[in-house]
Structure formats: C-alpha cells, structure tokens
Design a protein around this ligand. Structure first.
Ligand SMILES: O=C1O[C@H](COP(=O)(O)O)[C@@H](O)[C@H](O)[C@H]1O
Length: 571
C-alpha cells in the first residue's frame, strides 16, 4: 500500500502511518531499528536493498530525498506499508529548499522510539559522518566510498573524520576475502608471509583497504598490483598473493562466483565458491552488527600515509582565483579590504568572526592595512578574534616574532577600536615557561576549545572566516616547509617545527587540516623571487614539495599578487 502526501508535515505523516497500519493490520512491534537513507540520485536501488534487508532486520526506513537548491520550500512524502515495504515500513521524504535546515527535527519526529538509528549514504559521503546532522544521532553510519565520485579521495576524507560507529561498504565487500585469506594463511606450515600482493584496480577502495588490512594485521609490506582494466575482475579485488619462504599461496578471482586457490604444495588449483555480494547482502551484514567495527577504523587509519592525506584537505573545494596588482603596497591594501568585507559579512551572519594573520613581508604590510579597512567596512572588532598561522619561537619582544611586527600597526589600533585583549590569540614564547612542544600543544588546545567540544578539524566545516598566508620563495606557507618532516604532522591543530630551513629554526605552525578549515583563504605574495613558487603552486595540489598548492578555502581562495610575482603565470 502506497500513499502520497503533498506539502505535508511530520505530524501529518505520523498520523497517516498510524491510519495506514490500522487499515492494513500491520504494527510496529518487531521493528528493530530506524534506517535513514540519504539519497542523492536514484532511490530505487538503495530502497530495494533496504526492503530486502528488512526481512532479516524489520526496520522503519526513512528516505531523505532532498533538493536544497529548490527555490520554494516544502515537504512531500510517500508512505509505503505492507507488501510494498517488505517486512518494514517506508517513508520517502521529498524536502525542498529552506525546510532542509530543520531536517533533523523533521526526521526526529519520525524515528522509532527506543530503537537504534542507522544512517546510510549510498552515493555520497560527508567528510565526517558523525558531524552530519543526521549522522550525529545515529549509532551506526554507513558510507560507500566505491559509489562516490573520487572513491580514494572519499576514503581519505572518511579516514580524517572517522569516529567509532562509522563503516563503509567498500570494507564490507571484503568480509569473505578476509575469511578466505585467513584460512589460506592457516595452510601448514603456518608462517608469516614475507610479502603480500593484492591485485585489482588501484583506485578501488576495497583493494586499498584489503592491502592495508593485510599489512596492518601481518606487519609486512602489502603491494597493490594493478590489473588491466577491462577484465571482468577489474571492478574489485582480483587476487591476493601470500609470498612465503616455502612458496606462494595464490587466491585469484576467476568469475563473479568463484576463486581459485593454489598452494605451495599443490598448484592444481582448488575452486572455492565466493559470489560477489549484492547491495542488500552488504546492507544486511551491516545491520546485523550495530556495535562499532573497530578493525575498519584501524585499517582506515593505516591505509594512507599522512602526507597523501594532506592533499585531500584542499581537494573538492572551489578553484583559486588571482588578483594581480601593480605592487606590494597595492597587494596589501586590496587584501585588507577584501578581508574586511568578508569579515563584515561573517559578522552579519554569526556572532563571532575569526581572522588568521601571517608574518613575512606582504603579510605584515596587509596586517598593518587592516585597521583602516575594518573601520571602512564598519566591522565590529569587539566580536572579531585574531589568530596567527605561525610564529617563531623566540623571545617575546624579538623583532623575529610575527606578532611583534604588527603590535603597533594592528594590535594597538584594534584594541583602541574595542577589540578585547582576550580576542587576540598570540602564540606562546619561551618566556611563557613552556617548551616548544608545550607551546604548540597549548595553542592547538586553545583552537580546539574555541572550535567547540570536538577538535574543529574533524568537523568538515569552516572555523576561520579569513585565513591570510604569505608564501616563501620555496613555496612554504605558515611554517610548513617543502619536504620537511614536520609537514607530516596532521594529528594536532598546531605543531612544533624544528630545523626550519628559514631562520629562526624553532617555530609553531598550524597544520594542514586546520589551515584548510577556513571559509576564505588569501595568499599574499609580491616580488619576482616568488614567481617560480607561485607558478608551481598554481599546478596540482601537492603539499609535500609545494605547500602553497595545498590550501583552499571552503568558500574562496584568492591569490593577491603583484605583477612580478605573477610573471610566470600562464592562466
Ligand atoms: O617565515 C615566514 O615566512 C612566510 C613568508 O614570508 P615572506 O617574508 O617571504 O613574505 C610568512 O608568511 C610566515 O608567516 C613566516 O613565519
């Protein structure tokens, strides 16, 4: 039985469901969970999987089929009970426009009382599922990196935002492979392989996760061997090879249904039936175990090197634009005016705004141009917070400190205009009685606490409104230098940098995830000695050799350049 309600409300849907259940003679007793499906494309395939899985796990299924871009706001609903809903009941919520901002309230009104909640994103994945408005109320959050655009980048983002209770169907697709490999591993004499190879498509998230699982659990190198695309097996894991002292164990997928296993002692090839699993089988497996899958979390954490991950913080955001100005002074004025207008907008929308300033030549000049620009844009500086992207760890009054360079030109005028001293977040110096590491940890803590009860780097949404960055001739930003090991530290918001190639050697710097948590990024550059770095940073996102290439704002990234710094640009 299917009923459609147009321009409706949560309470009207609830009332209708009760009515339909009574008419149909169905009841909610026996429903074991609420499954929320966040649909972005075709809803029939995930819905079919949910209906099929409902025979094992009778559920209330809420499909959120939203169109946030719609000009008009409203909600239509389709309710299915009885045969049309398998062993569950289904509500398809078609939400348009503004109503999306109260999606959580709407869904909450339709949840089964006292039953676990599972949220499934069949084709998209939020960077941190737990911080999604519906993910945050769920015990289990299921994504499918393989079904998303950019599967590996998706997996890297999921790794960054992982919280216990997250899972991904690219991992569930490996359950049988993991069982088979574990049984092959038991073939006597039981020895740890010296090396492992996983073959399959290199951009397939299951292939990457299987290699990471083997390497994590066996403590050996696991290499991914790419299979030629176009073969029947290029769609998933093609095979696993365990290279042991006594020979090789090969597990090879030969069809959609079976695997051939060859052993060191027997290369005749035993056929093992192992059909590829359907979406409903994968979903049913996920719903079977609602406790967190900690192994997935561990494997995800080891699947990529931290530095590969850094590039993903910048990916998927709007492309940078250039503003070329006659000279350094014009760069500073234009960047200050642009920041002031962005901060004015931020304060129109929110109670507080956060600005990150930087050191260096143009960075300091821009900071000094800010008081006038903020006054012209009528920015209420009492609600503005000031942070630094990096600081040199030297005496508090040393002219080497980025903060000292702007005390007179920025901090004093802002305080005179009403900025409270507590809003100025200066990085600690040795005079605060801390080691470099303690100073970095203290600043990171201060940032995390200002971002809320969770470290803001995991939120997948902006914290800073405007982030200003200078760029060194080597392409460094803040104190993240090319091919410098401290660049790899992404687990904290601020880090201690030692052995900086540019003096002074000891510094505190914000890290990749934090630098990429801004709405608007402004890169401030002048001088011909920067032209090569600017050109390199306009290429692909590649943090390790070219840090300036790998920072992007969620709303905009603007390069403020003088003509000399822009000289090598072709676009
Ligand atoms: O050392 C630093 O260098 C960069 C760039 O400085 P510049 O003088 O070449 O413009 C700066 O942004 C950073 O804050 C600073 O600590």
């Amino acid at each position: 039985m299917i009923t459609t309600l147009n321009d409706t409300t949560a309470s009207a849907i609830d009332k209708k469901m009760i009515e339909m259940r009574e008419t149909f003679g169905a009841n909610t007793i026996g429903r074991v969970l609420t499954l929320i499906i966040i649909a972005t494309g075709d809803i029939e395939e995930p819905l079919e999987a949910a209906i099929s899985a409902s025979h094992e796990h009778p559920a209330r299924v809420l499909v959120v089929d939203a169109d946030p871009e719609a000009e008009t706001s409203g909600l239509d609903a389709e309710i299915r009970v009885g045969r049309d809903a398998g062993a569950g009941e289904i509500v398809i919520l078609r939400a348009r426009g503004e109503i999306m901002s109260s999606l959580d309230t709407l869904v909450m009104a339709l949840l089964l009382p006292d039953a676990p909640i599972v949220t499934w994103w069949p084709e998209t994945a939020p960077s941190a599922p737990v911080h999604d408005v519906l993910g945050s109320m769920s015990q289990r959050r299921i994504t499918d990196a393989a079904a998303c655009a950019g599967p590996l980048d998706t997996l890297k983002r999921l790794r960054r935002g992982y919280t216990s209770g997250d899972s991904d169907l690219a991992w569930s697709r490996l359950t049988r492979w993991r069982g088979l490999v574990a049984s092959a591993f038991e073939v006597p004499p039981v020895t740890v392989p010296q090396r492992v190879e996983v073959s399959g498509a290199a951009d397939n998230p299951s292939v990457v996760l299987l290699a990471a699982w083997l390497s994590h659990s066996l403590g050996v190198d696991a290499e991914i061997v790419e299979t030629t695309s176009g073969t029947t097996d290029s769609i998933g894991v093609h095979g696993v090879r365990l290279i042991r002292e006594d020979g090789v164990i090969d597990l090879t997928r030969v069809s959609d249904d079976s695997i051939v296993m060859t052993l060191p002692s027997d290369d005749s090839g035993q056929h093992v039936t192992m059909p590829r699993r359907t979406l409903s089988e994968l979903l049913a497996e996920e719903l079977r175990r609602l406790d967190p899958d900690e192994v997935y979390g561990e494997v995800l954490a080891t699947a990529f090197s931290a530095i590969d991950d850094s590039g993903t913080y910048a990916s998927g955001k709007p492309e940078p634009t250039d503003r070329v100005l006659p000279d350094a002074a014009a760069v500073a004025t234009a960047a200050a005016e642009s920041a002031a207008s962005q901060l004015a907008t931020a304060l129109d929308q929110r109670n507080l705004a956060h600005l990150v300033v930087t050191g260096g030549t143009v960075g300091t000049a821009t900071a000094r141009a800010l008081p006038a620009a903020l006054a012209a844009a009528d920015v209420d500086v009492s609600r503005l917070h000031l942070w630094w992207g990096d600081e040199r760890f030297v005496d508090p009054d040393s002219s080497d400190r980025n903060e000292v360079a702007v005390r007179e030109g920025l901090l004093e005028p802002l305080q005179e205009s009403g900025m409270p001293a507590r809003n100025i977040h200066v990085m600690p110096s040795p005079a605060d009685g801390m080691s470099l590491e303690e100073a970095a940890a203290r600043y990171g803590q201060q940032l995390d606490q200002s971002g809320g009860d969770e470290p803001f780097r995991t939120r997948g949404r902006a914290f800073f409104d405007v982030l200003m960055l200078g760029v060194g001739p080597d392409g460094h930003i803040a104190s993240l230098f090319p091919e410098h090991p401290d660049q790899r530290q992404v687990g904290a918001s601020a880090i201690a940098v030692t052995g900086s190639p540019k003096p002074p050697p000891e510094r505190v710097s914000l890290t990749w995830p934090v630098l990429n948590s801004a709405r608007h990024v402004a890169l401030l550059v002048a001088g011909e000695e920067k032209a090569d770095a600017v050109a390199a940073a306009h290429g692909t996102i590649n943090p390790w050799p070219v840090p300036a290439s790998a920072v992007r704002g969620l709303g905009s990234t603007t390069w403020f350049l003088d003509e000399a710094a822009a000289a090598q640009l072709t676009r």
